[in-house]
Structure formats: structure tokens, C-alpha cells
Design a protein around this ligand. Sequence first.
Ligand SMILES: *Cc1c(COP(=O)(O)O)cnc(C)c1O
Length: 391
Amino acid sequence: MQAKLDMPAILAALRHVLPAGLERVALHEPEFQGQEWSYLKDCLDTGYVSTVGRYVDRFEDQLVQVTGARHAVAVVNGTAALHAALRLVGVGAGDEVLLPALTFVATANAVAYCNAIPHFVDSEARTLGVDPRKLEAYLRDVSELRGEVCINRRTGRPVRALIVVHAFGHPVDIDPLAEICGRFRLVMIEDAAQSLGSLYKGRHAGTFARLAALSFNGNKIVTTGGGGAILTHDSALAERAKHITTTSRVPHPWRYAHDELGYNYRMPNINAALGCAQLERLESFVERKRNLHSHYRQAFAEVNGVRVFTEPEYARSNYWLNVLLLEPELAAYREELLEFTHGNGILTRPAWALLHRLPMYSRCPCMDLATAEDLESRMINLPSSAFLHAR
Ligand SMILES: *Cc1c(COP(=O)(O)O)cnc(C)c1O
């Protein structure tokens, strides 16, 4: 007999976890129960809504406090943070940048904005992030060092960097990846857009690479409406990050002089004000989302054919989005499950379409992507807003 997915049991598990009486449960909703109104009113009352005002500095200081990074530079969104980070480490036209195929499109877009070429690598089921063993074997096979530069022997192009992504907030296994980057002379950049509040071996995600990008889009764990930040321990890089994201203006009381190509990526004060209030609530968000995860985990333990993804032993995940994995032989039921849950007002989502399958990236170099393809085919995200934790 062919295995079949037990839809009623899945719905019962979801209903058991989710608060009763909600007609429609969104995937992720922001929550404004702190000082948001008060800080925003302050911006309006004082007129400081845009490029001047004290909330940007304050937000950056709070980010430093929360993450343990030495510097934080607030910008307009996470994509801009990634773009600036790549520019800052010298990624340019004709360079290749390694990144997982299983990530949000922005990770690859930032590479393309530098006229560089995304080069897709596989993920592993244990972390949902880049598979270090497979990456190393692949690099040994296709690359060689010429001087201090890693060259893709198949294309002749330099491979400059690896962007690691903490997918759905779950920390990737950083240590072996950092080691590989060292050996192959790749700059590591962390796309920590989803992982504010997550820890790897007790240290905050986004503090391991030379540069990391955060996002404060409306669907992330902390929102500024739209926003992002660059994290780094390196003071010189932080200064450069601030400079190129604020039009590379040379400081002067009135003169407009700009000493290199810059970007208008500055975060407005009004967005930073919202972010200050939101960051004050981060621990509460993480705690409740972790609680929600353990409810999901318990409820689905009894359901055949599915499994809730749980953080690797080295991590404390923020559980930005919970992941439900169907057994491989049940992958064909994913669409039906999405339809069924939506029909019942529970707005689950599939993973992102794999980036090597998107038209603009379909001709980019990639390694064998069997695990990413397998994971994508049988994964859905469950509603994960912090307020859902209270049954
Ligand atoms: C959200 C996100 C981004 C981009 O952030 P924006 O603020 O939306 O520009 C980049 N990478 C990942 C993995 C994301 O989830």
C-alpha cells in the first residue's frame, strides 16, 4: 500500500497548538506592545523623521548590546546591508560568490548588484544551511589557489566569498565553514537576516563573519517597517560601511563633497525609533517563539509521516519560522497540505523556490544540489508569530 499523509491528524495537531477562535492564522505577524507609539510620537513631535535624529545612533547602540558585535550600521533594508557588505570586501564584476540555493532571493540579488555571479551550493538536513563537508569536497574538485586567490577552474573566475545563511533563524554550523573559508581564501559573510536572537555556541549569529547583514522587514522577528543593519567587529570596516551607505559624503558643515561611489542606504530616524522599541522586546519574542516551537514539536510527535525541525545541539534558535518536514516518500503531498491548511485558515508556506531555478539565475554555476532540492520538495513553514505561543 502506498504511504499517505494523514491530513486530519496534521490539522488536529495545528488546532491543538494554535489559540482557539482565530479565523485566520498568518505565517508571521509583527507585535507592537512596547514603546513603539511613544518613540514614533516623539519623532513626529520633534520633526525628526528622516536623516537626522537620535534614534539611529540609539538603535545601533542597542544592536551592539544585543548581538555583541563591536559595530552596527543601520541601513534601509537587509538587501542593502548585504550589497554594502559585498562591496566592502571588494566583490566586483566577474567575481563568483558562493551561497546556498535554499535561501531568499535577496541573498543572490545582492551578489548580482555587484555584477558578480552567484554560485550555488548545497545545504544539509541537519542545519538547513550550507553543508560544510560537501562544500569542501566540491571546492577541492573545482577550485585551485593562485597566490591568495581561489579560482574556479571551470570558469577561470575568482571565487571571492561565501555567504552563509541561518535559514529560518536556525544557526548554520559556522566553525567548519569558517575553517573552509580560511583554507580556500574566501571571505565569509553572514546573511543573518532571519536570525536576530539566535545563538551559535552561545554567541550571537552575525558575529562570526567579517561582516553580517540583518533585516528588519515587517515579517522578521524585529521590524522597523523596512530596515537592515551591517554588523562587524572591525572598526575600519564599520566606518567604511557608514560612509558608503550615506552617499560617501566627506564630513563638512555645508559642503557637498563625495569621495567615492556611495549609496543612499541610510535608515530614517522614524524607522530606527520603531526598531528601538522592538529590540527592547526581542527576548520576549524569542522566548515565546521557542515555547511555540516546543508545543509544535510535542503535538507533531504523535503524527506519522512528519517531523518538526529542531535546532542542532550547538544552537539556540530564535525559531523565526517553524519548519515541518514530510517524510521523503510523502513529498508529493506537499501541495495538497498547503491547500488543505489554507482552506482551514492556517496560512502555511512552502520554502522559497530554489534560486538556481529562477530565470535570472538558472545559468549560474552550481554544485550538485540534491539535498536542497529534497528539502525544498517536502518542507512547509508553520505560523510562527510570538503571540501564538499561548494555547
Ligand atoms: C529578508 C531577507 C533578506 C533581505 O532583507 P530585506 O530587508 O527584505 O531587504 C535577505 N536574506 C534573507 C535570508 C532574508 O530572509
